[in-house]
Design a protein around this ligand. Structure first.
Ligand code: XMP
Length: 585
């Protein structure tokens, strides 16, 4: 089952590495992500090593580094962004710490092609995101290219097969990116194509039978893509009577969600699948709670209790059962403890209650070496409906983290650029968590550039929204003391269903990665809540950009939302991640 790892991507910063590994796999070449300090000896059989980008500076104490022996293994190495700086720094070049940095589009002037830039025309668009720059290449290296602001945009030592680029070949904005990666993987490393996820199903089924070894499998399913595909694989690989599952209705689900899951599992041929109604158990302890981390904590605790009860009542912790999980590859890396990724939000997915099964090795994770798009491909092969496979991700704590709570009746504070909303939301700045008010602009701008500038200049905010429509001017709106109640959840469900329907009918949902809809306790006495639209594009949720929808769709959406009882205003979130997070809590 496990393919040969031809390429190791060394993780120098927690989030950039996954996109690189996925791009390598798209060439049909199996790549894995490893911690940056992985000893060279463990990678001596590889065909190539890539050093990822990352937010650090090579001069900062404790910044990621690599075993310098990797440069003398004889295995080709490609440094990307921070990876180029690290390569230069470790091999005797000079890196200049930058004050401001260079972010966004640039144009690459090719000075010497070598094998890395073979076929790359000069003047092509590339994507830069860096603070420090390489000023002097190490002995044996030659500069291959520059931009108007970056003297060494690429460098190589052809003899030792060491290559680097300051820009990001893994992103679509870098037009010659695919060509450069192909040059490295195919020409320089001589990788072979041996990775095709759609042909992996028989191998996965064999693995399931081997690990399960005559026992039975129990799943907690969320209704999302991963757990559904993993469950389906087990149903196919094993006797369907030996595959059981439970779905917990927390009362924090979206409109129609529970019915959707029930119908889908019936269609997939699940014979022992139960929907557990635990609404009361989640909603009671959440009453009156406002702090996001407290809400998450309560939900996590309740999950443990409910799951524990289900496990006990079904005797699922007995020796003849093992736990099935829809864990996918990025989950294994993150929970494997990338030290560099700061705690921004507590994710509750790994509850202590199932620890016993995990600790005793009684666990099967059939998708643990696959990325999301590979899981979708497998799902398509299995005949799972596109409606399910194309679903946007939905967070475990559900609508609780989209139903914002705040004890305040304060008015909105007028600032020169707009109004400060009397509610806080979570953000991520410089890899750490912020919890700040959002700025509301009175009108929709034509693009998001202004929003980014505002966050950089106005201290104390981490998010910018624009008023897309309302029943009252911002000056008359105020905080309305909202907490989690059945009534507010019902309103949120209504508005979320409207947004989902219109995005689906217009095809907009296919153009974005996720579309959280948030309820804010801001409005007037008659209409106490406002809606925030948060459509974003992303690759893996680690970074994201706000997406502006077509004006006609927005007009229609706003009109329908303002007709919902209790809704005072509709705001449009214009903020990228970072500095804001995708969800508001
Ligand atoms: P943020 O808001 O941190 O979200 O930018 C990144 C992605 O993670 C999802 N998310 C969660 N998923 N449990 C989950 O299973 C959680 O507690 C949780 N919090 C955020 C979010 O929807 C987005 O896709």
């Amino acid at each position: 089952m496990s393919p040969n790892t031809q390429v190791f991507v060394l993780d120098c910063g927690g989030q950039y590495c996954h996109l690189i590994a996925r791009k390598v796999r798209e060439f049909g070449i199996y790549a894995e992500v490893r911690p940056s300090e992985t000893p060279a000896a463990e990678m001596s059989g590889a065909r190539g090593i890539i050093l990822s980008g990352g937010p650090s500076s090579v001069y900062e104490p404790g910044s990621p580094t690599v075993d310098p022996e990797i440069f003398s293994l004889g295995v080709p190495v490609l440094g990307i962004c921070y990876g180029q700086q690290l390569m230069a720094y470790l091999l005797g070049g000079k890196v200049l710490p930058g004050e401001k940095g260079e972010y966004g589009l640039a144009f690459l002037d090719v000075d010497g092609r070598g094998r890395l830039l073979d076929g790359v025309e000069t003047g092509q668009q590339i994507w830069m995101s860096h603070r420090d720059t390489v000023m002097v290449v190490p002995p044996g290296f030659a500069a291959l290219g520059h931009t108007s602001t970056c003297a060494i945009a690429s460098m190589a030592d052809e003899e030792r097969r060491l290559y680097a680029v300051q820009f990001h070949p893994e992103v679509a904005h870098t037009h010659p990116g695919r060509r450069i990666l192909s040059n490295f993987l195919n020409t320089i490393c001589g990788c072979v194509q041996d990775w095709d996820p759609s042909q992996r199903i028989p191998a996965i089924e064999e693995l399931i039978r081997k690990v399960v070894a005559g026992r039975k499998v129990f799943f907690f399913v969320s209704g999302g893509v991963d757990s559904t595909v993993a469950y389906t694989l087990c149903l196919r690989a094993l006797d369907p009577d030996h595959v059981h599952g439970a779905y917990v209705d927390t009362g924090l689900m979206r409109e129609g969600e529970t019915e959707f899951v029930r119908e889908n599992f019936a269609r997939l041929g699940a014979r022992h699948f139960q929907v557990v109604d635990a609404r009361e158990e989640f909603l009671s302890p959440l009453a009156g709670v406002t702090a996001p981390e407290n809400k998450r904590h309560i939900i996590g605790e309740q999950f443990v209790m409910v799951q524990e009860r289900i496990l006990q009542s079904g005797h699922y912790t007995d020796a003849d059962w093992i736990l099935g999980q829809g864990t996918i590859y990025p989950d294994t890396i993150e929970s494997g403890g990338t030290k560099k990724a700061d705690l921004i939000k507590t994710h509750h997915n790994r509850v202590a209650g199932i620890q016993k099964l995990i600790d005793t090795g009684r666990i099967i994770e059939p998708l643990s070496s696959f990325y999301k798009d590979e899981v979708r491909e497998i799902g398509r092969e299995l005949g799972i409906s596109a409606e399910l496979l194309e679903r946007h991700p939905f967070p475990g704590p559900g609508l609780a983290i989209r139903c914002l709570c705040e004890h305040t009746s304060a008015p909105l504070e007028k600032l020169p650029d707009g109004y400060l909303l009397p509610v806080h939301s979570v953000g991520v700045q410089g890899d750490s968590r912020t919890y700040r008010p959002a700025l509301a602009l009175e009108e929709m701008p034509s693009d998001d550039i202004h929003a980014t500038e505002l966050i950089n200049t106005i201290r104390g905010i981490n998010r910018v929204v624009a008023l897309a429509g309302s029943h009252a001017p911002l000056a008359q709106m105020h905080g309305t003391n909202g907490t989690i109640t059945e009534e507010r959840l019902a309103h949120l469900r209504r508005v979320d269903a409207i947004v989902r329907r219109l995005s689906h009918e217009s095809g907009f949902d296919g153009k974005i990665w996720q579309f959280p809809v948030v309820l804010l306790p801001v409005g007037t006495a008659a209409r106490p809540d406002s809606v925030v639209l948060r459509p974003i594009d992303s690759v893996d949720g680690m970074t994201a950009s706000a997406v502006i929808m077509p004006p006609e769709l927005l007009r229609q959406m706003v009109a329908e939302l303002l007709a919902v009882e209790g809704v005072c205003a509709v705001f449009y979130d214009l903020t990228h991640k970072p500095p804001a997070t995708i969800e508001w809590e």
